[in-house]
Design a protein around this ligand. Structure first.
Ligand code: IMP
Length: 454
């Protein structure tokens, strides 16, 4: 690849604590890309895409798959439950989306075993009040085995019998841990072995080295979209550790995951809600416990795609967003769910935090005890009391809604390039004429039909 590569690629990541609406944004942009890439996490993610009367909930497979012309890749930093991936492939097939021939899975990804799920649950129960609130999909235990260098990688799926035998040996060790440390029931290894061997047989043809294929798209100047899961504040290193997921959610992780140069990634768009939600434990400075929080949850339908858990809701936290924009190097913000704020009298935004000693913080500190002692400093903006649902361009936004968006831009220091005002594809518009806005517009044009081959 040329050193002076002008990337035709773009990376979309979560700018908050996950669930920002990445699925919809990626789906929109996928209309104009040749390839979509998931690079981190596993089925802890739940990316929702609505198209006409169809509703897709994707957990492993890139949201770009809904578009029949898009080739999809899953990178090495992902954790893969073979049975779960197959279920998703079959589910898409039932909804008329043909996956086979369009999906490649890195041979270097980590396999999630049924015992990883059991360990995730047992460890969460043992943590008691200090639980992380994981999705119990086995994500943390699978990544732990990877770091411990006893995980099975997806390359082994090409040898189904050997794969199942190795899996049994690892699961025996897990079963001992489940019994001895947690007094939990062991997983039925024979049933697991059969299921895993069968899954490996079906998944083997998808296993590939994905880096050269992704670089091939780029060298042909075909647009590639990298799709992050979770969000910056859940990143293993830069998030609110230990209340984080076990992978990196930042743009750089995509390069590591796919085995491609960082310069191949293109501009970074951070998806942020017009307010904030969080699922699971951990600090949340702007959380609302009362009626306004309930209102946001209800109007925003803030219940987990993966676990169904009610999400914690709060005001937009510009200090956290400023931090996320800095560590992820965001070039633009895709602001979602603006319409959820439509009937509020006033809207608050945390612009910084203040400590008990009066010290001010413009970003969240790493130390959670310190963060827990801080109070958000709010600015209050008037509500717009008008429907923004389905607004199709910036000019049609109520003046106060526009002022709210501009206020967030100034506070975070990053332009808002896309606004979403409803769950459907059409309920979106691009803001401004920057090169990034133009690139988004180009990618969004030519919306096609789900599952159609072109
Ligand atoms: P895990 O990723 O299942 O280990 O969960 C760790 C933390 O990340 C928990 O607080 C989860 O609720 C949160 N989490 C993981 N995946 C997502 C996601 O896709 N959206 C929102 N929160 C997530």
């Amino acid at each position: 690849m040329e050193r002076d590569l002008q990337p035709t690629s773009m990376i979309v990541i979560g700018g908050q604590w996950g669930d920002e609406g990445k699925g919809k944004v990626v789906d929109l942009l996928s209309a104009g890309v040749a390839a979509a890439v998931r690079f981190n996490g596993g089925n802890n993610a739940g990316h929702t895409v609505k198209f006409e009367d169809r509703h897709f909930a994707l957990h492993f497979i890139p949201s770009g798959i809904i578009h029949g012309h898009v080739r999809c890749y899953m990178g090495a930093w992902m954790v893969i439950d073979p049975v779960g991936v197959l279920r998703e492939i079959d589910g898409l097939g039932e909804q008329g989306v043909d996956v086979i021939g369009r999906l490649a899975l890195s041979e270097r990804a980590t396999v999630i075993l049924p015992t990883h799920r059991a360990l995730d649950g047992a460890r969460e129960a043992a943590r008691g009040a200090g639980s992380i609130g994981t999705t119990r999909r086995g994500i943390g235990p699978a990544y732990q085995d990877r770091a411990q260098r006893r995980a099975l990688t997806t390359g082994l799926l090409r040898k189904p019998r050997t794969f199942a035998e190795h899996a049994v040996r690892v699961m025996e060790a897990h079963n001992r841990e489940l019994g001895l440390l947690y007094g939990a029931e062991p997983v039925d290894l024979e049933a697991a072995r059969l299921e895993l061997e069968e899954a490996a047989e079906r998944l083997a043809p998808l296993v590939a080295e994905v880096g050269p294929q992704i670089l091939g798209h780029l060298s042909r100047r075909e647009p590639v979209l990298f799709e992050g899961a979770q969000g910056v504040m859940l990143d293993l290193f830069q998030g609110t550790y230990p209340y984080v997921t076990s992978s990196s959610c930042l743009p750089g992780a995509a390069a590591v995951s796919c085995g491609i140069p960082v310069r191949a990634l293109g501009p970074a768009v951070g998806v942020m809600k017009a307010y904030v939600t969080r699922v699971g434990g951990g600090p949340f400075p702007t959380e609302l416990d009362g009626a306004t929080g309930d209102h946001l949850r209800k109007r925003g339908n803030e219940f987990g795609t993966t676990t169904g858990r009610p999400r914690r809701c709060g005001w937009f936290d510009a200090a956290a967003a400023r931090y996320a924009a800095r560590v992820a190097g965001l070039d633009g913000i895709a602001l979602t769910k603006l319409d959820v704020l439509d009937d509020l009298d006033e809207i608050r935004v945390a612009v910084r935090y203040r400590g008990p000693d009066g010290a001010e913080y413009v970003e969240p500190p790493a130390d959670l005890d310190t963060l827990g002692s801080l109070e958000p400093v709010y600015e209050t903006l008037p509500g717009w009391h008008a429907e923004t649902v389905g607004t199709l361009d910036a000019a049609a936004l109520p003046a106060r809604a526009r002022a709210y968006v501009e206020f967030l831009e100034r506070q975070v220091g990053v332009p808002v390039v896309l606004v979403s005002t409803g769950p459907r594809r059409e309920e979106t518009f691009i803001l401004g004429r920057s090169p990034l806005a133009q690139m988004l517009k180009t990618l969004m044009t030519g919306l096609d039909q789900p599952g159609q081959k072109s």
